[in-house]
Each structure stands twice: as C-alpha cells, then as structure tokens.
Design a protein around this ligand. Sequence first.
Ligand SMILES: [Zn+2]
Length: 146
Amino acid sequence: MNITTKFDLGDIVYMVSMDSKKATKTCPACSGRGHITLDDGSSVRCPRRCHSGTIQYLEEARWHVDGPYTITQVRVEITESPGVPDAWGDNYEPMSGREESYMCLETGTGSGVVYDLQKGIFATDTEAQAECEKRNAALQEKAGQT
Ligand SMILES: [Zn+2]
C-alpha cells in the first residue's frame, strides 16, 4: 500500500484555529434573579449555581493563524470494511473513510496537539490568513443575523 499525504515530515505549516472569549449572559434558569421562589413563597438559591443571575460561557471570537510549525508526526487512518452481516455491534457495520492528521515540533510530538487536515492546515501564511478572513467574515455574518 502506498499512502500519499498532503504534507510530509519536516514541512513548515500554518494552522487556523478559533479563539474563544469569556462572556456572560443572563441565567435562563432564574431569569437573572439569582434565586427561585418556591410555591410556598420561600426563596432558594438558583439551582444552576449562577453568579447573581449571570452565567459565564465561552463565545466564539475570531479565527487566527498559528505557526509556523514543523511537522514531526504524520497520522493516517484509512478504513475500508465491507462489514460482517448479522454481527452485532457498530464495529462490524460496513464502513469507509480516511483521516489525516499531524503533530508538530512546537506543540508536542506523540502527546500534544493533533491537527486534523480537514480543519485547516496550510503551506503558507498567506493562504492561512486568507482562510481566517473568510471564516471571520462568516462569523460576523452569523452574528449579524442574531
Ligand atoms: Zn440562575
């Protein structure tokens, strides 16, 4: 079997990844009151344990470029199974697929960050920046609709 990958060991690459920022919103469980009034008129602290009626969450912020990183591990998983009729379990279902991912010198090899090719890995900073701009524009469009 010959396996061809998009990138090779030692290649310099740029990744696109998402920043998230901490944001707060009104707690939906207590509508921002921080407590809930029971049928007998007594009041208990919000069961969501919100902070005085607000909760924190991570909001998608912006895409940015990480790198340059040096590829030090290539991972490819190719699956092609006809399946086993009448056998029980997901692992005997017919399946096919291909996953390609990489690990880098700068973010850990063997253990560290695994970069999935489908999520966006680029050979140049320019290409990665262009992809970020495209994704950020899409984010802004989505934000404008809500
Ligand atoms: Zn609450």
